[in-house]
Write a protein that binds this ligand. Structure first.
Ligand code: AKG
Ligand code: FE2
Length: 336
């Protein structure tokens, strides 16, 4: 339990040796430039005469950067703020309360864990604690969620239902942009929804550590809410920061969406850095196909001019084989 970074990091003034990243991986002293050109799409415009332009922006983001941000997306600011405060309260709870929820059993529907990651080829510690929970359908999972703080189930339940609606709306806009039937992702392709909440306490030397190492999201679509800057992407061999836009969601294209789009959309390598003054929290909603689902390029996107780029693979097999590689610095997620 004392393994939680949020428990011991307040008392340290230097980074413990086992948290120092290799020289290739560590962020270093130089502040990376902010990435220019990641679209910030105003979803209020989608139902007006700017619909075509908004969809174009979504496609530019999804093709060139593997991500875009959305504002005026319909989720109430109060709900977003309330959910963020609730998770901050969760990570600030006394040790004995957090101990109840701590688990290293990956199969649990709800668990609190820390950024230590042990794998046959990599053995690392990242400067974060996380909550991981299943969210959909709500009634199947809500009983496994914490009862403390007292409003946890009510607030997070409402939030996950609303974020799902937004995710499905965005998937439909992507359908329009790609030229596949609207509703293509409804049903088994979006049956699963999970949430990871990453909490990065202030770090005495952010140049030496990472909050989350560079990785690709292997799911379908990710919706990320954050309270501070800290997300970076690897583009053309260089790390760039993603501007923190208050009240926005960052939308990440997952590798499975890259496959379904027959390579028209791209997933991008990203990581999270820490800072020395304030804690940062990111609430990450993951929309995923069901395990049995076959992931393959949509028929409408394959033609003589657009040859098949990926073979069909069952979602479970894809995640089992690619998940470790997505976390490996040399892992080739989609090539396999
Ligand atoms: O905290 C962040 O900004 C990134 C988190 C992330 O990429 C993830 O949890 O997959
Ligand atoms: Fe990610």
């Amino acid at each position: 339990m004392s393994a939680l970074v949020s428990s011991w990091s307040k008392n340290v003034h230097t980074v413990p040796e086992n948290f120092v990243c290799s020289s290739e991986e560590r962020p270093g002293d130089l502040a990376v430039p902010l990435c220019k050109g990641i679209p910030v799409v105003d979803l209020q415009q989608v139902d007006g005469h700017d619909r075509a332009d908004s969809i174009k922006q979504i496609m530019i983001g999804s093709q060139d950067f593997g991500m875009f941000q959305v504002i005026n997306h319909g989720l109430l600011k109060e709900l977003m703020d309330d959910t963020m405060s609730l998770f901050k309260e969760f990570f600030d709870m006394p040790e004995e309360d957090k101990a109840t929820y701590y688990s290293e059993d990956m199969s649990k529907s709800f668990r609190l864990y820390t950024g230590s990651f042990c794998h046959s080829v990599i053995n690392h510690n990242y400067w974060k604690d996380s909550v991981r929970q299943d969210c959909h359908p709500l009634e199947d999972h809500i009983e496994t969620w914490p009862e403390k703080p007292a409003r946890y189930r009510e607030v997070v339940g409402t939030y996950s239902v609303e974020v799902r609606k937004l995710g499905m709306r965005i998937l439909d806009l992507i359908c329009e942009g790609l030229g596949v039937d609207v509703g293509y992702f409804a049903g088994d392709l979006s049956k699963f929804q999970g949430m990871i909440v990453n909490h990065y306490p202030p770090c005495p030397n952010p140049s030496l550590v990472l909050g989350v190492r560079g990785h690709y999201d292997t799911n379908l679509l990710t919706l990320l809410q954050q309270d501070e800057y800290g997300l970076q992407i690897l583009k053309d061999g260089q790390w760039f920061g993603v501007k923190h836009v208050p009240n926005a969601f960052v939308i990440n294209i997952g590798s499975q969406l890259e496959i379904i789009s027959n390579g028209k959309l791209t997933s991008i390598k990203h990581r999270a850095v820490t800072n020395s003054s304030v804690s940062r929290t990111s609430i990450v909603t993951l929309i995923n196909p069901s395990e049995e689902c076959i992931i393959e390029p949509a028929k409408a996107l394959v033609s003589a001019c657009n040859p098949l780029m990926f073979q069909a693979v069952q979602c479970k097999e894809y995640v089992d084989t690619c998940m470790p590689k997505a976390r490996d610095p040399n892992g080739a997620t989609l090539e396999s």
